[in-house]
Design a protein around this ligand. Structure first.
Ligand code: SF4
Length: 228
């Protein structure tokens, strides 16, 4: 097993936790604003770490890191993910899973076996604009809705988050997202940052004032909303 990308320390990915992040290549979505285009499209990148190297790293970080963020791409596409998470948990670390919500059954299975402590699920946009925002024309939202409902039931700690892009999101987006995830524990609006690795060049971020207006819209439905 290979780890396709690796960040040895992050304070940003998991509220209140110090962690490292592993990235897996491959995704079923093609979000135009995706920052991880090299992981999502094109050649499989040179592996950042072997499984053995990663385990050795973790063994040396016991007591120094709280947990491991597992990101992508879409990590739930990887058949060896359970094996990786079992190893992480056996070494005493918490696990945060980043997912686009397309695979509710594997997500529930990981939770059932005690392999996930926190889920960060993307809400790409309002249902009406979901397919274009995910870059998948005709996308069936059934599994996304199932993941949202399961997380709202509160089996595992979680957050929902939306990367906000001027070309895809406006007030109508949050008028629809709000009632959909009403009562959620946490919701983050992430300011889009243009980078060279973005799938579609030319996309732009909203200014801070507009982001705060969107956050205010969402606070009618979710008590903990932040712009980050
Ligand atoms: S933003 Fe996430 S869900 Fe979208 S293409 Fe990139 S890795 Fe996949």
């Amino acid at each position: 097993m290979y780890i396709d990308g690796f960040q040895p320390m992050t304070l940003l990915d998991w509220p209140g936790m110090v962690g490292c992040t592993v990235f897996f290549a491959g995704c079923n979505f093609r979000c135009p604003f995706c920052h991880n285009a090299p992981l999502v499209e094109g050649e499989r990148p040179a592996p950042a770490l072997t499984f053995e190297e990663f385990c050795s790293f973790l063994s040396r970080r016991q007591g120094l890191l709280d947990g491991v963020c597992v990101s992508g791409g879409e990590p739930l596409l990887h058949p060896q993910l359970p094996q990786l998470l079992e190893t992480i948990k056996a070494l005493g670390f918490l696990v945060k899973l980043d997912t686009n919500g397309s695979f509710p059954h594997p997500m529930r299975e990981l939770w059932k076996f005690g392999l996930v402590d926190y889920v960060a699920m993307d809400i790409k946009n309002s249902p009406a604009r979901y397919p274009e925002t995910a870059g998948v024309p005709g996308l069936d939202l059934t599994p996304i809705r199932e993941s949202v409902s399961w997380l709202l039931d509160g089996h595992v700690d979680y957050e929902f988050r939306t990367t906000v892009v001027q070309q895809f999101h406006d007030a109508a987006s949050f008028e629809a997202i709000g009632p959909w995830i009403a009562g959620a524990r946490r919701y983050y609006l992430q300011t889009f940052t243009p980078r060279d690795t973005v799938l579609r060049p030319g996309l732009t971020a909203w200014d801070g004032e507009t982001m705060e207006k969107f956050a205010a819209q969402m606070r009618a439905y979710v008590p903990h909303v932040e712009v980050r």
